[in-house]
Design a protein around this ligand. Structure first.
Ligand SMILES: [Zn+2]
Length: 398
């Protein structure tokens, strides 16, 4: 090994791709991990801590940080959308950038090493550049009428060109089937970027798709956008376009609360469902079919969503909430949702999300709780209230 190689020892190392290593050591050269071993000396001994990969928040909206979220969710999902639209119309670009900066600071504080941001105008890509955090930024595209769809497509195309020198991975996010014309979906999936789509989130969305009625239709009527002839005809239609268009490209289906598990066979191996547990709780949704999706072979990742429907961007709090609600799912699987699976859906497979050779040296350390009845280090991380105490990003302390 060359002189620049150094090593980090911890009471427990959780590589995620392989079982926990007691008295584990990771070897680091530059920004990468070049080896993982058990025992022996190390350049830095962190002592009684659990070392795990930097966390991955697979879905957030940084530009909604600081949103004046009501204590209780509004009566309908359409009412919540009205709040978001009003907020977006009132804010200046400077206020939006301030929200994004606040979201980045929070993410750093909560041990996030990689995040997937849905950006209404793509501006987070520049604000994330140079920060000690990895990112996939998805330019949101939406439009119920043809004119708005053309505008959003042009804006997204210009953004892709303008941001080509940045290290961030760039993706597109056709917003949802109730807000995005079918030709816009088709255009987005014809591009070669990773995709995220809010899909089958609410009964209102399913009602609009199935019958063309309900609170979302009322909202579109108020906006003078109904009847909306250009929207997709069904959730199944959207799934088929996505499957045909994205092929091996990472595709994140966000929420999918009302997507029947029987549709799993229509999802390609490139699909991950992104669940946002505390947002789910805030909206008072029915239990999420996590085990059924996993049994059907569909990987799950977790996201915080934005502060329009969540209190903060603490991805570990999402995993802890998930662990409480799904106590039959193993702690190891839950850890994968906020590391490995998140990295895969964001287009970082093989580079982030695990403490193994070849990955970026992104890690965080938790104090071992010696008073805890949990001897398993993964259970300690998910079951406790401990906060991370050290962050390593690309081989340097953050
Ligand atoms: Zn979202």
């Amino acid at each position: 090994m060359d002189a620049a190689t150094w090593s980090l020892k911890a009471r427990w190392v959780l590589p995620v791709l392989t079982p926990p290593v007691e008295n584990g050591v990771i070897e680091i050269a530059g920004d990468k991990i070049v080896g993982v071993r058990q025992g022996g000396g190390a350049t830095v001994d962190l002592g009684d801590v659990i070392l795990l990969p930097g966390l991955v928040n697979a879905h957030t909206h940084l530009d909604l940080t600081g949103f004046p979220r009501p204590e209780e969710p509004p009566a309908t999902f359409a009412d919540w959308i009205r709040l978001v639209i009003r907020h977006r119309l009132r804010e200046s670009p400077e206020q939006r950038w301030e929200s994004i900066r606040a979201g980045i600071s929070q993410s750093l504080r909560h041990g996030v090493a990689l995040l997937g941001d849905i950006s209404s105008d793509g501006s987070s890509a520049r604000l994330l550049a140079g920060q000690p955090i990895g990112s996939t930024v998805y330019h949101e595209v939406l439009g119920v009428n043809a004119r708005r769809a053309d505008q959003t497509r042009e804006a997204a195309l210009a953004w892709v060109q303008e941001t080509s020198g940045l290290e961030t991975v760039r993706g597109l996010s056709p917003h949802a089937p109730y807000s995005t014309r079918h030709d816009l979906f088709a255009w987005a999936v014809s591009r070669c970027e990773p995709i995220q789509v809010h899909l089958a989130e609410t009964p209102e969305e399913m009602e609009l798709m199935a019958r063309g009625t309900g609170p979302l239709v009322e909202m579109l009527r108020e906006l003078d956008l109904w009847p909306a002839t250009g929207l997709p005809g069904s959730i199944g239609e959207v799934l088929d376009w996505l499957a045909a268009g994205t092929k091996a490209r990472p595709l994140g289906l966000v929420h999918a609360n009302w997507l029947p598990v029987s549709m799993a066979s229509r999802l390609g191996s490139n699909v991950t469902i992104i669940h946002c547990p505390r947002t789910h709780r805030w909206f008072g949704r029915d239990p999420f079919h996590a085990s059924q999706w996993m049994k059907a072979g569909v990987p799950l990742a977790l996201g915080t969503d934005g502060e329009a429907c969540n209190r903060d961007l603490d991805i570990l709090a999402e995993a802890r909430e998930f662990a409480l609600r799904h106590n039959l799912i193993s702690p190891q699987s839950i850890l994968e949702m906020i590391t490995l699976n998140g990295a895969a859906v964001l287009g970082w497979r093989g580079r982030a999300g695990a403490l193994v050779t070849g990955h970026f040296a992104d890690a965080l350390a938790f104090p071992v709780d010696s008073a805890s009845p949990r001897s398993c280090p993964v259970e300690q991380v998910l079951g406790g209230l401990q906060k991370p105490c050290r962050f390593l990003w690309r081989g340097r302390w953050r």
